[in-house]
Write a protein that binds this ligand. Structure first.
Ligand SMILES: Cc1cc2nc3c(=O)[nH]c(=O)nc-3n(C[C@H](O)[C@H](O)[C@H](O)COP(=O)(O)OP(=O)(O)OC[C@H]3O[C@@H](n4cnc5c(N)ncnc54)[C@H](O)[C@@H]3O)c2cc1C
Length: 502
């Protein structure tokens, strides 16, 4: 094979764009095949009545100097020209059994506040705060694919990060729900259980708080739309090719080596390397011929659970919300009118009120969104059996959430410019993600112990990137898994891996 070698990337989400950018920095001839008509995947944004709906980013880990992730984001071109909003609170809870809970990102302030709520829980609160501070001290390198680290590198990492690695190990075996049980106060138990999915490993929760406490989890003003536009711009400026409306259906192989990709229109596109930066199930079990997935990987795909499917509510409101303290995740409130979303009943919801990002709404107006966990099956069945009932279910949930918002903020119901609901089917159809998962595998204690390989022993020149190879998902793992694939390809080509900042 001669240089430049051709790399075909499936998917223009964050992982695919990152792989493409690093591939171009290293001189490869790259084409990204994207089935949709827009880049970004689940990190989506869309226009509605003059509002820019932010479909993903709440926080970007690595938004400030001092971590390898920051260097990566700079190389990817999303730091320069972006302004970041650093929240002082992670989430706000209103009226949990009559108590308001402010989840401050400053651990000392958070400790004092939690102690005020429950002085009897000193031991559990101190353990929690100590774990955040210990994990925040970690300097685990995230600039090199783990496969490229040698035993000496690992020894240095272990010596330098002994305490934080021990804490991560300990809390990766405990779910958030199990940790919540340590509290005597039912308010604190509820707050922990409701923070996100309670089945997640505690480590995952602690790491988010640790990064936030270091001030390196800022929100990029402009949200997902501006962020993806900058990534795409960087890729194109480096000379990368991006083809929209090109669904890859097969990855042909011969003699245990990939030959390129085949798109839905039957065309074959030859390539020396293929990076599947799309849904893992589709890549492994539908695009590749049988025989390449070993039992261990097959077993992982059968036993691990994806993130619960998501219904994503958005609303444009013709007023400002200066009275609401902004937080990374949003304002969690009791619903005066509980709402069924698919098979799940919600008696509380977290509304993200974008009063800290005026670029998402016309002057004097505010975008509001809410992430509501649901199931995939009931939405799928409803649409199959009765598309009109599916549309009615979406409208019913929007009306109900609007009434709930109005109960929290009197007058909002009359000030609504629009409401909308993306369902798990929307996610599935838009991005192809398995069962509409919006962030890959749920980081349960089991998932935290499972390594999902980014390449296969039996197939040469095939790599995977994105939230299906990094349990817990999120933008940083999507981006560094794309970069890691290029580092591994550079090693295979015996080329030095180069980076540059625009
Ligand atoms: C509401 C919400 C909030 C979130 N908040 C945050 C946050 O605050 N911080 C954070 O770090 N992360 C957050 N995330 C998660 C983060 O956005 C994702 O983990 C990340 O964007 C995943 O990127 P990806 O490239 O791995 O996958 P995807 O975004 O799924 O990209 C895959 C791409 O492949 C394409 N594709 C699929 N199949 C094919 C095919 N056959 N042929 C061609 N193309 C194909 C898809 O169209 C898609 O563009 C959030 C996600 C959501 C939905």
């Amino acid at each position: 094979m001669t240089f430049p070698k051709r790399i075909a990337i499936v998917g223009a989400g964050i992982a695919g764009l990152s792989a493409g950018i690093y591939a171009r920095m290293n001189g490869f001839d790259v084409t990204i095949f994207e089935m949709g008509h827009k880049a970004g995947g689940v990190c989506a944004s869309w226009e509605r009545d003059g509002y820019a709906v932010n479909g993903s980013i709440h926080w970007l880990v690595g938004s400030a100097p001092g971590t390898d992730l920051y260097d990566m984001w700079r190389q990817l071109g999303v730091i320069e020209g972006n302004a970041f909003y650093n929240h002082s609170r992670f989430i706000e809870y209103r009226d949990v059994d009559g108590v308001d809970v402010h989840f401050y990102v400053n651990p000392a302030k958070l400790r004092l506040h939690l102690l005020t709520i429950s002085p009897d829980d000193g031991e559990a609160i101190d353990e929690f705060i100590h774990a955040i501070e210990t994990i925040a001290e970690n300097h685990i390198p995230l600039d090199t694919a783990f496969e490229l680290l040698n035993p000496w590198d690992w020894t240095k990492i272990l010596a330098r990060n002994f305490s934080s690695l021990m804490a991560m190990g300990k809390y990766s075996r405990i779910s958030v729900n199990a940790f919540a049980d340590k509290f005597k106060s039912s308010v604190l138990r509820q707050v922990f259980q409701r923070f996100w999915s309670g089945e997640m490993a505690m480590t995952f929760f602690l790491m988010q708080l640790a990064y936030a406490s270091k001030g390196t989890a800022g929100y990029p003003l402009g949200g997902s739309g501006k962020f993806i536009a900058k990534l795409e711009e960087r890729y194109r400026a480096l000379g990368g090719k991006l083809l929209f409306g090109q669904r890859v259906v097969r990855i042909p192989t011969a003699e245990e080596r990939v030959l390129g990709v085949e798109t839905e229109d039957g065309r074959q596109h030859a390539a020396d390397y293929v990076i599947a930066a799309c849904d893992g199930h589709t890549a492994l079990f539908h695009m590749l011929p049988e025989g390449y997935v070993d039992d261990r990987l097959r077993q992982a795909y059968q036993s691990l659970r994806p993130f619960p499917a998501l219904a994503y509510f958005s609303a444009g409101v013709a007023r400002t919300f200066d009275e609401v303290a902004p937080s990374i995740v949003g304002l969690n409130v009791p619903l005066v009118e509980p709402v069924m979303v698919g098979a799940r009943r919600h008696d509380r919801a977290t509304f993200q009120i974008y009063n800290f990002d005026p670029t998402l709404a016309p002057a004097g107006k505010t975008l509001i969104t809410a992430m509501l966990e649901t199931d995939f099956e009931s939405w799928h069945e409803l649409y199959d059996q009765d598309p009109a009932a599916y549309r009615e279910a979406r409208e019913r949930i929007c009306r109900s959430l609007a009434r709930n918002l109005d109960a929290c903020f009197p007058g909002v119901g009359k000030a609504l410019d629009f409401t909308d609901l993306a369902t798990p089917l929307t996610y599935h159809n838009w991005t192809g993600n398995y069962r509409g998962s919006y962030e890959g595998w749920l980081p349960t204690p089991e998932a935290m112990q499972t390594r999902l390989p980014s390449h296969l022993q039996r197939l040469k020149n095939f790599y995977m990137a994105g939230h299906w190879v990094t349990p817990g998902g999120g933008m940083p793992p999507a981006a560094y898994s794309g970069r890691d694939a290029i580092q591994l390809i550079c090693r295979a080509e015996r080329r030095h891996f180069d980076t540059e900042v625009p």
